[in-house]
Design a protein around this ligand. Structure first.
Ligand code: TRP
Length: 384
């Protein structure tokens, strides 16, 4: 663990994350009140994620809004490493990206990094494992409701061959010393991983417009490198908007993990599993007995069920503030708060899974391999 007591890299999140500190360390910008209001105005009902600063940090978001206002447009890029089943924490960014697409009516590129997850040795996944998880995860991503006419799913092992000339142009501009410093690579890191950063940058170059990348803050190191190589290659620096991590059910340490099922709610968890996990594992800010709770009240700041409602499941400002006040005063008990969350999660999962049922028929449409290959070949690869 580092001196500040937490670590955030694309491969590791441990400790209790200090988000202000991350903004300083990563050199990003907090979303100011003025910029926040500008985006909230467009987002309407989806604006709570900005107003509450669940998406809290950015790079060049103001330029994206300028591009939009002046009719230059922009496009969205996000992604998923298919290393296992997806949980609520993973899907938040995809719903947010879908809401951005709905409001701005722009193209979305979704990178599925099956290569990355195969190369990450500590995961110990076979190549076939990564292919199976890619298939599963893509269904969940489609279920978020992206517009089939404006959304492209790029699975690295399938589409990158077409982009190889561009990959090379990016790779030639990234030095070992940079990726070692940015990602903490060592002499034991396999060379696939050293090369991989070039690949995660590629989708940000798929249009000549500015690219906005919604992701959790841990992915920002890639965007820093993207912004160094973009201009010399004739592309625009990517803009980014960064989210916090939804805390693990068990408390604020580390992040949700697929290998510790009690820390997360999976998109495939049935109603009973959801109820049991929330009752048994959700870290509570309530008091030990009902009498004490009535007298002293609960602490919503450290209460995971409250935080999950605040960060995703209760978009309404007056309902969430009512819950906060009732819980703090002791009028609302821990069990009652948990019941609200359970109801929200199960409703959300039922709706998500109903859309997932229909997703299989859409995979070919979203992948559009032939069309994408042509787009990439027809792009202006200037010889620099
Ligand atoms: N590296 C990401 C992961 O491990 C996947 C990813 C690729 C991604 N491109 C992205 C995530 C763009 C957010 C935005 O999950």
């Amino acid at each position: 663990m580092s001196e500040q007591g937490f670590v955030v890299t694309p491969w590791e999140v441990t400790g209790v994350v200090d988000y202000e500190r991350l903004i300083r360390d990563f050199g990003t910008q907090p979303i100011s009140d003025k910029l926040g209001r500008r985006l909230e105005k467009v987002l309407g009902s989806a604006s709570y994620l900005i107003r509450r600063r669940i998406f809290f940090s950015h790079r060049d978001l103001d330029l994206i809004l300028d591009d939009y206002d002046h009719g230059r447009g922009f496009f969205l890029y996000t992604g998923r490493g298919p290393s296992g089943p997806m949980h609520i924490g993973h899907i938040l960014s995809f719903y947010f990206t879908k809401w951005l697409q709905d409001k701005f009516q722009v193209n979305v590129y979704i990178q599925i990094t099956d290569d990355e997850k195969f190369l990450e040795e500590k995961r110990n996944l076979s190549y076939q494992d990564t292919q199976n998880w890619a298939k599963e995860n893509i269904l969940d991503i489609i279920a978020a409701g992206f517009d089939p006419d404006r959304t492209f799913i790029l699975q690295d092992t399938e589409f990158l061959g077409h982009a190889y000339p561009l990959v090379l142009k990016v790779a030639r501009r990234i030095n070992f010393s940079v990726v070692r410093a940015v990602f903490g690579f060592t002499n034991e890191t396999n060379v696939g991983m050293l090369f991989y950063p070039s690949i995660q940058i590629i989708p940000s170059f798929l249009e000549k417009k500015r690219c906005l990348i919604p992701s959790a803050i841990d992915q920002d190191p890639y965007w820093r490198i993207q912004r160094d190589v973009a201009a010399p290659l004739g592309y625009q620096k990517a803009a980014a908007i960064h989210s916090k991590f939804l805390p693990p059910l068990t408390g604020f340490q580390d992040k949700m993990s697929s290998s510790k099922p009690e820390t997360a709610i999976f998109l495939s968890d049935d109603d009973n599993t959801v109820r049991n996990k929330v009752y048994r594992y959700a870290f509570s800010g309530g008091q030990a007995t009902i009498e004490e709770h009535r007298k002293l009240g609960g602490n919503p700041d450290i209460d995971v069920p409250f935080q999950w409602l605040y960060m995703f499941f209760e978009p309404g400002d007056s309902p969430i503030e009512r819950i906060r006040a009732d819980y703090r005063s002791g009028r609302m008990l821990t069990g009652e708060l948990k019941d609200i969350l359970i109801e929200r999660i199960t409703t959300f999962l039922h709706e998500h899974r109903a859309r997932r049922e229909k997703a299989a028929d859409l995979v070919e449409t979203f992948k559009r391999e032939g069309a994408l290959a042509r787009t990439i070949w027809e792009m202006d690869f200037r010889d620099r």
